[in-house]
Design a protein around this ligand. Structure first.
Ligand SMILES: Cc1ncc(COP(=O)(O)O)c(C=O)c1O
Length: 430
């Protein structure tokens, strides 16, 4: 992917001229056979009540993956034999190398455990680190599957809402301490970078969190699946860099978000505390969840070994899209505010100036603008005036989405129409 011809994209184009910023690169022109969850008519109908929507909700990419991944998968298919293969250790070495190079983070290969996915890992860790009825703290608005994974383990969700300071989100340490003191919290489930608000937590913020966790003897599970999508000016710091408190920390990641490998990737736990590591490994092995899959392992190896340039280009491209959105909203749609993300390819859009009840806001987005965005209500009660948009798409598509939004808002929110005659509702995976 070339990024060179995206450099002027912060200037919004006229609607008729949305192609000015689109690259001629493969990511723009690639068309895929389509049975993807994000655009599947069945999913759209059950989630949003109609099928004629531009899908910008589930957190995956519209881009073609890095060539080394495709080549490696092709090599395996050509080999034509899929006998047992266990490659986890090689993948752990690649992860150690990747984290050293990309994040200046020194990890130990022996502390990794392979598991089928990040949410599976979180579910297992919560069960191992707490008992039924215990509290698990989350900082809302937060990735909605956290609620499900906590509740289905029969633990209590303890919310510590993020606070908005000067237009950006921060952790509320005062309220956190109060709740750690009073609400039987055994685990803090951290999201770093934070889905959906896009914060990449700073070292000092994480330090404060670790101090509080140590003080109240609470474990931190840090979901770092978005760690590689970080924009210029921000630096990702893993909770694993706090070597003084290894017994409190488990880190989860996967190449899914980084390399657009959602349907073919495994997840990885990083558990430096030896005792917890041993227990987790035993549980995971007893459920045969650590066998992995050769296609996934080889693709992951190829991605971490040779995908760096593709990732740099992709993140730069997405950051240009964020820049374009920011300028567009300032100049052409000031009723909607962008909470500027430090990372992730989600943007968190603030519609509070429209002053609409959540239902009316959803109708405006779906039936008038014809967009499938993730409603902020999914992420907690402080998300009601927000929508999450996935921008890992060609810029021209994101531009179209914003012109649709502008037109819908311009037509007037009192004219919100529901002409679908279909039931909607529910919440999905990603
Ligand atoms: C923060 C976070 N964790 C986990 C997941 C899902 O991970 P997996 O599919 O590996 O369970 C997502 C997907 O959007 C996510 O945003």
């Amino acid at each position: 992917m070339e990024n060179s011809n995206t450099s002027n994209c912060s200037t919004p184009n006229t609607e008729a001229n949305t192609n000015c910023c689109s690259t001629t690169s493969e990511i723009e022109t690639q068309s895929f056979g389509n049975n993807y969850a994000k655009s599947s008519p069945n999913f759209l109908k059950s989630m949003f009540g109609r099928t004629d929507l531009m899908p910008l909700w589930i957190a995956d990419m519209d881009f073609k993956v890095a060539e080394p991944i495709t080549n490696e998968l092709q090599r395996l298919v050509d080999r034509g034999n899929f006998a047992y293969e266990f490659n986890a250790n090689k993948v752990f070495d690649a992860l150690v190398d990747w984290n050293q190079r990309r994040h200046d983070l020194t990890l130990k290969s022996k502390s990794f455990i392979q598991v089928s996915g990040v949410l599976t890992g979180i579910g297992l860790l919560i069960r191992k680190l707490s008992n039924e009825g215990d509290g698990v703290m989350v900082q809302t608005p937060v990735y909605h599957q956290f609620f499900k994974v906590i509740k289905s383990a029969n633990r209590q969700v303890v919310e510590n809402p993020l606070k908005m300071v000067n237009g950006n989100y921060e952790m509320d340490f005062e309220n956190m301490e109060l709740r750690l003191k009073t609400e039987n919290v055994k685990v803090i489930l951290l999201c770093n970078p934070h889905n959906p608000v896009g914060r990449v937590w700073k070292k000092q913020e994480l330090q404060k969190l670790v101090v509080l966790a140590n003080k109240y003897n609470v474990r931190i599970i840090s979901d770092e699946i978005h760690s590689d999508i970080v924009y210029s000016g921000s630096k990702f710091n893993s909770i694993a860099s706090f070597s003084d408190s290894t017994q409190h920390i488990a880190v989860l990641g996967s190449p899914a978000k980084t390399f657009g490998m959602q349907s073919i990737s495994n997840g990885f736990l990083y558990v430096p505390d030896e005792d917890t590591h041993k227990k987790m490994k035993k549980t995971i092995a007893s459920l045969y969840l650590d066998h992995g899959n050769a296609l996934s392992s080889y693709a992951t190896l190829a991605a971490y070994s040779h995908g760096g340039k593709w990732l740099d280009d992709t993140v730069a491209y997405i950051e240009e899209t964020v820049n374009w959105v920011e300028v567009f909203l300032q100049k052409e749609l000031s009723e909607v505010k962008l909470i500027r993300p430090d990372g992730t390819y989600q943007i968190w859009l603030d519609f509070s100036q429209l002053n609409l009840p959540p239902d009316a806001l959803s109708k405006l987005i779906v039936h008038n603008a014809r967009l499938a965005l993730t409603p902020g209500t999914w992420f907690g009660s402080n998300g009601t005036q927000f929508m999450r948009m996935n921008i890992a798409s060609p810029l021209a598509k994101i531009q179209r989405a914003f012109y649709q939004l502008k037109r819908a808002i311009g037509e007037g929110v009192e004219t919100v129409i529901d002409d679908s005659n279909e039931e909607s509702g529910g919440s999905c995976c990603c």
